[in-house]
Design a protein. Structure first.
Length: 225
């Protein structure tokens, strides 16, 4: 091989790692992977027995709650607080919504797959009709949220926002009512449910504040123009 051919081959081989360095993993994929790892760690903590199945599913549910809060407040926070990094997060908030959808998918998988593959016993009831219906409804609703997270040409903006609002409201109520039931019901004290309830209320207040500021700003901008 000539000297120029050797140099060309070296340059091609050197360019290959640089191409890989430009490959960016989407935020939603990283969130979904984190949810899967958390659920798997819960399973492994008790040797993939009954307690491990419950722990993995519970950890996945808690992780989705935190991601849901981040997706809820990303937009309002980026508009209310003039910070550059928050503005960037707000511009990419659909990635957080998709990440939430991916983590919900992992949560549903941690609920269905272990219960469907583990034989029923005295301590383990296996996959029930209620679990299956919950998984179907939750999966369909999550798919709708993921679909309307960004504007679609075939959907009107009002229709898209209405569908997204219904899906978000359902999960907000689910997390809020779950937190209330664990605080007031016959459950063991768990600080996480108190924290999750505070997060849901804080997200609601922040979104109300965002709308209030937007309504007051619109007439002022119109008067100035």
């Amino acid at each position: 091989m000539s000297e120029s051919g050797k140099i060309l081959a070296v340059d091609d081989n050197a360019a290959l790692p640089r191409r890989f360095t430009h490959v960016r993993v989407p935020v939603w994929a990283m969130i979904g992977t984190a949810a899967a790892l958390i659920g798997f760690a819960g399973f492994a903590a008790y040797g993939f027995r009954e307690n491990g199945l419950r722990l993995g599913n519970e950890l996945a549910w808690r992780f989705t709650c935190l991601v849901f809060f981040a997706a809820l407040v990303a937009g309002p926070a980026s508009r209310l607080m003039p910070w550059a990094w928050l503005r960037r997060v707000g511009e990419e908030r659909h990635q957080l919504v998709w990440g939430f959808c991916a983590s919900v998918g992992v949560f549903i998988a941690t609920l269905i797959i272990p219960n469907a593959t583990t034989p029923s016993s005295v301590e383990h009831e296996g996959l029930t009709l209620g679990m299956a219906l919950f998984a179907i409804f939750g999966g369909v609703l999550t798919a709708v949220i993921a679909y309307v997270a960004v504007p679609k040409p075939q959907l009107g903006e009002q229709s898209r926002k209405a569908m997204l609002g219904v899906g978000i409201s359902y999960f907000w109520l689910a997390y809020t009512l779950t937190g209330l039931s664990h605080l007031s019901g016959p459950h063991r004290p768990d600080a996480f449910y108190g924290i999750s309830l505070v997060l849901m209320l804080a997200a609601l207040l922040l979104r109300f504040a965002d709308r209030f500021v937007a309504k007051n700003r619109a007439p002022r901008d119109a008067a100035q123009s």
